[in-house]
Design a binder for this molecule. Structure first.
Ligand code: 13P
Length: 254
C-alpha cells in the first residue's frame, strides 16, 4: 500500500508575512488527515519561516529546486545541504517550468535528484509532455525518456525515497485537468517503467499527478490505481482549497 502524498507548490508566490497567516489557517484544517503525507514547497526565502511554523506537525517543507554541486562558485544557486539545513524533507526537481524556461535537461535533473538523496532529502521528480507532443501521439514516449534520463543516477537501494510527479504541461495553470483516465494511462506506464528499473521497489514509488488539481477533481484522480498523490500549484495558494485537496476522501461528488 502506497501512502498518499499531497504537495503544494507555491511557485514564485507569497512573502514572509503570508506564511504564518497560511499555516495558522491550514494546520488546524488538516489536523485529522493522518494517513497522508503533506508537503509544502515554498520559495527558498520562506523555507526557514515555514519549517518553523510546521514544527510539531507532520507537514513537511520542501524546496522547489536545487543545484547539484555541494558548494562553490554558483551565484544565485542553493545546494542540497542548504535545503537540509532549512529543514526540508523533499525538493522538487525537473519541474516543466524549469525545463522549458530555464533549459534544464533530464541529465541535469538526474544530478539534482542524486544530490538531494546524498543529503537525505526526497526528490520529487517531475515529467510531462507538451500539448504538441500529446497531439502527435508521443506522450508516453516523451514521459518514458524524461523518466529514464532523470532517474539514471538513483541507486536502487534509495529508489523508494523518490516521488515521481506526472505533470502534463498542457494541464498546468490552464484549468484543464487531465481526466482521471488519461492520467492513469500515463501513471500505469510510469509504474511499469519503475518496476522494470527498480524491481519490487518500483512498485512502492509514489506517483503524483499535477496540473490544475482542485478540490472538485482530486477525488476521482486519487481513486485511480496508480495515482498516489497530487502536486498542486494555483489551488495550493489558498489554505482552504489545499486543505480540501489533502482531505480528498471527503470530496467525493454526490
Ligand atoms: P497548477 O495546479 O497551477 O496547474 O500547477 C501545477 C504544477 O505545476 C504543480 O507543480
Amino acid at each position: 500500500m502506497r501512502r498518499p502524498i499531497l504537495a503544494a507548490n507555491w511557485k514564485m508566490n507569497l512573502t514572509s508575512a503570508d506564511v504564518s497567516a497560511y499555516t495558522n489557517r491550514f494546520i488546524p484544517l488538516v489536523a485529522d488527515a493522518k494517513d497522508v503525507d503533506i508537503v509544502i514547497a515554498a520559495p527558498f526565502t520562506l523555507l526557514d519561516r515555514l519549517a518553523n511554523e510546521l514544527a510539531g506537525t507532520a507537514i513537511q517543507a520542501a524546496g522547489q529546486n536545487v543545484h547539484p554541486e555541494e558548494s562553490g562558485a554558483f551565484t544565485g544557486e542553493i545546494a542540497a545541504a542548504m535545503l537540509a539545513d532549512m529543514g526540508c524533507a523533499y525538493a522538487i526537481v525537473g519541474h516543466s517550468e524549469r525545463r522549458a524556461l530555464f533549459g534544464e535537461s533530464s541529465a541535469f535533473v538526474a544530478k539534482k535528484a542524486s544530490a538531494l538523496l546524498r543529503c537525505e532529502i526526497r526528490p520529487i521528480v517531475c515529467v510531462g509532455e507538451t500539448l504538441q507532443q500529446r497531439d502527435a501521439g508521443r506522450a508516453l514516449e516523451v514521459v518514458e525518456t524524461q523518466l529514464r534520463e532523470s532517474l539514471a543516477e538513483i541507486p536502487g537501494e534509495q529508489a523508494e525515497q523518490v516521488v515521481v510527479a506526472y505533470e502534463p504541461v498542457w494541464a498546468i495553470g490552464t484549468g484543464r485537468t487531465a481526466t482521471p483516465e488519461i492520467a492513469q494511462e500515463v501513471h500505469a506506464h510510469i509504474r511499469k517503467q519503475l518496476s522494470a528499473q527498480f524491481g519490487e521497489a518500483g512498485n512502492r514509488i509514489r506517483i503524483q499527478y499535477g496540473g490544475s488539481v482542485k478540490p472538485e477533481t482530486v477525488y476521482d484522480l486519487m481513486n485511480q490505481p496508480d495515482i498516489d498523490g497530487a502536486l498542486v500549484g494555483g489551488a495550493s495558494l489558498d489554505p482552504e482549497a489545499f486543505s480540501r485537496i489533502v482531505l480528498y476522501q471527503n470530496q467525493r461528488n454526490p
